[in-house]
Design a binder for this molecule. Structure first.
Ligand code: ZN
Length: 770
């Protein structure tokens, strides 16, 4: 796995940078290479250093050697022209170990190369609005401080050559790069981020470059390093279209050793990932959408989305993708699908001799299943079922990564005895590293005072993968209580945050995992009959019948009691059904056609179009959720594509609660009518959420725009659904955050006013042909 360092601008002081690199190499290395994001020369005008004082020339000529092979951009500044005459391009093959040869190379103005097992892309120079469209001055050579459109074109051409693509290959056919280094910040990088993420120095920087943004959009790197602004900060990762990783933008401070510098050296361990186009678009938790993408629905992309959506539904790829999204939900695995690949399983389990390597159909290592007992090793779960589980001293770990082994679980509780060494800030390894919290499975941790794990029982799901939970029996009840007290939440195991709870009594002898299922998922409550005081059951005395606008055979329409906007209404089941996915086929059809009619009514009323959403939370303590889909009229000026992006960005940035991952799927062309699109949205949610664990449903939220764009979020096992989230997302979208509080929206005139709303709505709805 390639291990490299990336530094900020040395500003002429390579001696200092290389001494830091030697130190880092000795402590955390060996590193394969150093990438320097420039400028490499002194640039300050008021500097009093005489000409020729920089040490760059002696390194590029080979008179001095860098501790590890070094590749730089930023070939501008004082002495640049003279020094760059001696500079060499990276060799075709790996750098020679011959000590008489230079090992500091100039990457070039713009391009793409394979180096040390990584695809490295680069764009030198800063942005100057006047110089950008002009050809560079004839005598500038490599030392021009500004890039031009020609440089971006050169990068594109270089990518084509590197990947042996035809001259007419489209940008989105380029495989993504591992690393992009640029001097300039890409223009628009701060879009979709929280304000706190944007240092004032960079907002004022005049050098933010559209060319650097184009480069980033073109190569969709896993890491984008910037060095020209002399400021250290990192952007929230963003999910670029068509790749399964997220991109991290890291700006490094100058590495010249001046006082007060921020982080200027970044260590990186990257596993080369073979590129496969993902099957759906996922924005992992904590990540944002692509800041450089102007619209989700550029024609080609939309068509591709539709094809992908159709293909995804037809295969299990869909379920797999969801699982990855859920995987990405957890702290420490922000990399989404890529985060899974980056976790180095061997580090945690190498010593465990009992380990049988099990992999899924993509070659990823799966965790252990079966019955592990202290001193007895592993046997099958069948054998375990013959032995009663002692729930008095048994805990359940929920939200467990499917890669977790028995060894990981044991060290989570018992610790490994090793203390996690605190790395210096500039030497942290970002990828392949666990959040080093208590019980990370990679060292240290455990319950204190120590506990002893007696047995572990972990079964499989229907598809043969390990359950997302496991029973762990400790030596005694006191140990179990102590483990729950110390590890209940906020602790990572194999990079995922897990919860630890006391195991519940078994509900039946045939269902060994019922206790955990109850704690982890949402169990359908329909079988217990409707709760006596459900607000939405038409027959219930608590139902606000004066808000009911229309009653059909299985479905009825009502006004929302605290409407966000006029005509905000609900489509509900007459009988008490958990959610829209549980509707019988006939009722489901009626639901779709009723919603289509509501959409038509919105259009006729004021040209608006419906945004639908359904959130399903189990609400067991209230007797279970009653199926209801919200319909909100969006003004015609709000485009579906923009609305979808805004909702997903609001969610991934933690608007209205913890950050959430949404999948965005566009319904296929065959869904010509609004009715069809509703059916598609329900089918999308159904295939992901119904009966996923021991027959229990997942909690979820879906939104649907009138063009058929569906956003789906499923609540990971062990997480809670924040009930007000969809309402907050809609209010953020419509720019009326104050109306997120339902109390602001109730009729001031009480039931009388509400009745007027309803009468008006009913009239409008009846005027639309069924
Ligand atoms: Zn009900």
């Amino acid at each position: 796995m390639p291990k490299v360092l990336v530094s900020g601008a040395p500003l002429g002081n390579l001696d200092h940078l290389f001494s830091r690199v030697s130190k880092a190499n000795a402590k955390s290395g060996p590193f394969d290479a150093l990438f320097v994001t420039g400028p490499i020369f002194e640039t300050a005008n008021d500097n009093e250093a005489p000409e020729g004082s920089s040490d760059v020339a002696s390194y590029v000529s080979g008179a001095k050697r860098a501790p590890i092979p070094t590749y730089f951009i930023g070939a501008y500044g004082k002495d640049a022209k003279a020094s760059m005459r001696a500079a060499k391009a990276p060799p075709e093959t790996e750098p020679p170990s011959d000590a008489s040869q230079p090992n500091v190379f100039y990457l070039g103005r713009a391009g793409a190369v394979h180096l040390h097992g990584l695809t490295v892309t680069y764009l030198d120079g800063l942005y100057d609005v006047d110089a950008f469209e002009l050809p560079p001055p004839p005598d500038a050579g490599d030392a021009c401080s500004h890039h031009t459109q020609l440089d971006v074109d050169a990068l594109r051409k270089s990518m084509r050559q590197l990947h042996k693509l035809d001259a007419d290959a489209k940008d989105d056919q380029f495989p993504p790069a591992d690393i992009l280094i640029t001097c300039a910040h890409p223009q628009g990088w701060e879009r979709l981020t929280a304000e706190a993420e944007v240092p004032t120095a960079t907002t004022a920087a005049p050098t933010a470059s559209p060319a650097a943004a184009e480069a980033a959009a073109l190569v969709r790197p896993r890491y984008h390093f910037v060095g020209g602004a002399f400021t250290a900060h990192a952007r929230s990762p963003y999910a670029a279209r068509g790749v399964s990783h997220v991109t991290r933008l890291v700006s490094l401070d100058a590495s010249d050793g001046a006082k007060g510098r921020g982080k200027h050296l970044h260590a990186l361990q990257l596993d080369a990932i073979p590129f496969t186009a993902p099957t759906a678009y996922v924005v992992p938790e904590g990540a944002t959408l692509d800041p450089y993408e102007t619209s989700i629905a550029s024609n080609g992309a939309k068509q591709q989305q539709q094809e992908l959506a159709a293909a995804a539904l037809a295969s299990t790829a869909w379920a797999r993708r969801l699982e990855e999204a859920e995987e990405a939900e957890t702290r420490g695995a922000v990399g989404g699908a890529a985060g899974i690949h980056l976790w180095d399983q061997s580090a945690a389990t190498g010593a465990a001799s009992h380990k049988r390597a099990r992999t899924d159909d993509r070659g990823r290592v799966l965790g252990d299943i079966g019955w592990w007992r202290r001193g007895a090793g592993v046997s099958s779960m069948e054998e375990a079922k013959a032995h009663p589980l002692d729930t008095s001293r048994c805990v359940v770990v929920l939200g467990l990564s499917y890669m977790a082994s028995f060894f990981d679980v044991i060290s989570f509780f018992q610790g490994t005895g090793k203390q996690v060494e605190k790395e210096e800030e500039e030497e942290e390894l970002r990828d392949g590293e666990l959040p080093s919290r208590n019980g990370g499975g990679g060292g240290g941790g455990g319950v204190s005072p120590p506990v002893v794990v007696e047995e572990i029982r972990r079964g499989t799901r229907m598809d043969g993968k390990p359950n997302a939970f496991t029973h762990v029996v400790l030596a005694d009840a006191e140990s179990a209580a102590r483990a729950v007290a110390q590890l209940a939440s906020g602790h990572a195991l194999c990079g995922r945050e897990v919860r630890v709870e006391m195991a519940k009594e078994r509900r039946s002898t045939t269902d060994a995992s019922a206790g955990a299922a109850q704690g982890a998922g949402a169990v359908g409550a329909a079988s217990q009959g409707p709760p006596p005081d459900c607000w939405f059951c038409l027959g219930s005395p608590t139902c606000a019948t004066h808000l009911v606008a229309q009653v059909g055979e299985d479905i009825y329409v009502a006004l929302d009691k605290s409407p966000i906007v006029t005509n905000h209404s609900l489509c509900l089941s007459i009988d008490h059904v958990d959610n829209a996915l549980r509707l019988k086929p006939k009722a489901s059809l009626e639901m779709s056609s009723t919603l289509a009619r509501m959409n038509a009514m919105f259009a006729k009323d004021d040209g608006s179009h419906a945004l639908l959403f359904e959130r399903y939370a189990a609400l067991r303590h209230r007797g279970g959720n009653h199926c209801h889909v919200n319909a909100i009229p969006l003004p015609a000026s709000v485009r579906c594509e923009d609305a979808a992006l805004k909702i997903a960005a609001f969610a991934s940035q933690g608007g209205g609660g913890p950050p959430r991952a949404f999948q965005i799927v566009t319904s296929p062309d065959t869904c010509a009518t609004f009715e069809d699109r509703v059916a598609f949205a329900l089918e999308t949610a159904r295939s992901s959420c119904l009966g996923t664990m021991n027959g229990a449903d997942r909690e979820y939220v879906w939104f649907m725009l009138s063009n058929g764009t569906v956003l789906l979020h499923t609540v990971p096992n062990g997480r809670r659904m924040d009930l007000s989230f969809p309402r907050q997302a809609v209010c953020a979208l419509l720019g009326c955050a104050d109306r997120a509080d339902w109390r602001q929206c109730v009729a001031s005139g009480g039931p009388e006013e509400e009745t007027k709303w309803t009468d008006s709505f009913r009239e409008k709805l009846e005027s639309v042909a069924a």
